[in-house]
Ligand binder design. Structure first.
Ligand SMILES: CC(=O)N[C@H]1[C@@H](OP(=O)(O)OP(=O)(O)OC[C@H]2O[C@@H](n3ccc(=O)[nH]c3=O)[C@H](O)[C@@H]2O)O[C@H](CO)[C@@H](O)[C@@H]1O
Length: 358
């Protein structure tokens, strides 16, 4: 399945997996070349790849960041084992190129590509690059950056400012906010794994908001972990819960206001769909990139930012109420913009691969 194929690798979290899906969808639309995926058995990709259109291989690897010395050693051993599996296969069935979007799921394939001299490309969504991208950037044919700031952390790399690719379903016109009719939808997103602190704040803020705004309902994505416990708790009759949402393009389209974390893909999707947001960035993300993402959305007039901390449910309720009660203010934050990131990345890939032939 690998011979002459374009391999996509990235995962662990949705923020690393979905940009790989977006790029693979773009590549499928452009070229005839076989596409394969490599990911991790414990990443979100293990749940979302089957029964998709692409052949894939899942390897037993885990993350390094923030682990004890013992777990770091175990992660290193697993990475070595997975790398060896791919190197052995790829010596015979050599891929054409490898595209990695980061996360621990991308480690084995990118390292195997480097060992065998297979051209590889990287995508970094965040303002401050992740561990894997930092280590592998100088040997990459191209490093596609979601944000201009990322290139400062990647000296010597061939960086291209691309933005963060979104899936095909987001590359279309979205119904404008002005066409919506009641009931209006407040959508809460905690990122691919959910966000416990945000869940708590929403549970505290929701009853007051829903009482005050009878034309609104609330759909709250909790994350798979907290879902069962939260489902057992008392809540307002118009406060619905879901562990994970499929078809995010449609979920955003039917929302009038989104309360969310600031993962790079979520920000790119909000922008593509043109939906206003109140963003509560995850504190302590690497290099504080979520705060940077959230501030960039605010500076572009697409969102309001509430920082996590004591009493944040009050600030969140106040900010949400201000928007829910004033459609003109809400519409002012609905600034859609088509996403061109996939084309920028794949144009670069095509030209670099072409140059290698000459
Ligand atoms: C805890 C952690 O490591 N978080 C990181 C992770 O977050 P996370 O995985 O939450 O990142 P993003 O917000 O970038 O992406 C989430 C993706 O999952 C999709 N989705 C989410 C929820 C859902 O119910 N259904 C669904 O399809 C979204 O549409 C989006 O495509 O990657 C981001 C991008 O590198 C980083 O900025 C975050 O700091």
């Amino acid at each position: 399945m690998y011979a002459e194929s374009l391999v996509f690798t990235g995962g662990g979290t949705g923020g690393h997996f979905f940009p790989a899906v977006a790029l693979a969808e773009g590549a499928r639309a452009r070229w005839d070349r076989p596409i394969t995926f490599v990911g991790a058995t414990r990443g979100i990709e293990a749940r979302l790849l089957p029964p998709g259109p692409w052949p894939y291989e899942l390897l037993d690897v885990e993350g390094f960041v923030g682990r004890s010395p013992l777990r770091t050693a175990r992660a290193a051993w697993k990475l070595f084992r997975a790398w060896r599996i791919l190197v052995n296969t790829w010596r015979t069935y050599r891929p054409w190129a490898v595209v990695g979007t980061g996360g621990y799921g991308a480690g084995p394939a990118l390292l195997a590509a480097r060992s065998l001299g297979i051209p590889y490309f990287l995508h970094e969504s965040n303002a401050s690059p992740g561990l894997l991208v930092k280590r592998l950037a100088t040997g990459a044919e191209g490093v596609w950056c979601g944000m201009a700031e990322a290139s400062a952390g990647l000296p010597g790399a061939r960086c291209v400012l691309a933005g963060t690719p979104v899936r095909e379903a987001f590359l279309r016109d979205f119904q404008p906010l002005s066409a919506q009719r009641p009931p209006y939808r407040l959508l809460v997103l905690g990122g691919s794994g959910g966000a416990r602190a945000l869940n708590e704040a929403v549970f505290q803020a929701a009853p007051g908001l829903l009482e005050r705004f009878p034309q609104w309902d609330l759909l709250h994505q909790t994350g798979a972990g907290p879902f069962a416990e939260l489902s057992a708790r008392d809540r307002h009759p118009r406060h619905r819960l879901a562990p994970f949402l499929e078809f995010m393009d449609r979920q955003l389209e039917s929302a009038s206001l989104v309360v969310t974390r600031a993962g790079a893909s979520t920000c790119a999707e909000l922008q593509a769909a043109g939906r206003p947001a109140v963003i509560v960035p995850m504190p302590g993300s690497a290099g504080d990139h979520q705060v940077a993402n959230a501030r960039a959305m605010e500076a572009a007039g697409r969102a309001r930012v509430v920082l996590q901390g004591e009493g944040m449910h009050l600030a969140l309720a106040e900010e949400a109420a201000r928007l829910m009660g004033d459609h003109a203010r809400l519409a002012g934050l609905a600034r859609g913009e088509p996403n061109r990131a996939t084309d920028i990345c794949l144009d670069d890939l095509a030209s670099r691969m072409q140059n290698r032939l000459h």
